[in-house]
Design a binder for this molecule. Structure first.
Ligand SMILES: NC(=O)c1ccc[n+]([C@@H]2O[C@H](COP(=O)([O-])OP(=O)(O)OC[C@H]3O[C@@H](n4cnc5c(N)ncnc54)[C@H](OP(=O)(O)O)[C@@H]3O)[C@@H](O)[C@H]2O)c1
Length: 239
């Protein structure tokens, strides 16, 4: 099933797989599946580091290469801003050596993620990962404009509010005006995110191949314009 999800992602033109040492064995699972499918190096692998301290942090960073079966990781991120300065120093050195293509920072709690902004402004990072969805739009005020101003690519996590957004629309059709650009609630929510000009990519989670097909559909066809985005917000706010 998980192999099918990854294969479906890649067959649909998607590339990004986001993992982390703290996701209960996820790096090893992703690494083994990509190796067994023969797609290591064909996907864009993003992982994180969250362990504090010099040596423990280095050990965690090194272990990711072993578990993902690669000498070069596309994106390494400081997880939830733990030990940020020390981790970014190591990441920059290893980026120079070609072990990382890109380095970044992440958070996921909307109430805490504004702390990403000074790091984006004062340290050179390539990516910032944070929460943004049609219900939790506080990133529009600070982080998304800061990312655009500082040339930082954005990776959006928790796009469905951890699945909660589907509860509100269960049994309901998407509104007629949205049928021009979406065929499902999954695509409605993802296209809302992708149509923000400062969003680079989005990482919905699923363990179901048919949801992967659905979500990959958000990468195709046109995106809503500014007026349609407002109609989407009004529709969801009124539910
Ligand atoms: N940096 C951080 O600290 C941090 C924190 C949280 C998350 N993240 C990243 O963000 C990713 C996504 O966040 P998340 O897992 O919290 O939540 P999410 O993507 O907002 O929601 C996932 C939920 O949506 C459901 N779903 C997915 N596609 C669907 C579809 N097309 N139709 C109906 N239901 C659908 C999934 O169920 P099924 O499995 O049944 O499809 C799952 O229950 C994570 O995998 C992780 O990579 C990072």
């Amino acid at each position: 099933m998980r192999a099918e999800v990854i294969q479906t992602l890649l067959d649909s033109g998607g590339t990004i797989i986001d993992t982390a040492p703290s996701y209960r064995g996820s790096e090893g699972v992703v690494g083994d599946l990509c190796r067994d499918l023969g797609v290591t190096g064909k996907s864009f692998l993003a992982t994180k580091v969250r362990t504090e301290g010099e040596q423990d942090g280095l050990d965690e960073l090194n272990e990711s290469f072993d578990l993902l079966h690669t000498d070069s990781i596309d994106l390494i991120q400081v997880h939830n801003l733990v030990d940020t300065d020390r981790k970014l120093t190591t990441m920059r050195e290893w980026q120079q050596e070609g072990r990382y293509r890109y380095i970044g920072i992440t958070h996921w709690r909307a109430g805490a993620q504004d702390a990403l902004v000074p790091v984006m402004e004062n340290q050179k990072v390539d990516f910032a990962q944070f929460q943004y969805n049609i219900e939790e739009r506080s990133a529009e005020k600070t982080i998304l404009p800061a990312a655009a101003d500082n040339g930082v690519a954005t990776m959006i996590n928790v796009p469905f509010g951890r699945g909660r957004l589907f509860n509100a629309t269960e049994g309901k059709d998407i509104p007629e005006f949205a049928e021009e650009f979406a065929t499902s609630w999954g695509q409605f929510y993802l296209k809302f995110i992708l149509s923000h000009p400062a969003v680079t990519c989005v990482i919905p989670a699923t363990n179901k191949p048919h949801h992967m097909v659905d979500n990959a559909g958000a990468g195709k066809g046109r995106l809503p314009d500014t007026k349609e985005r407002q109609r989407m917000i009004d529709f969801v706010d009124a539910l």
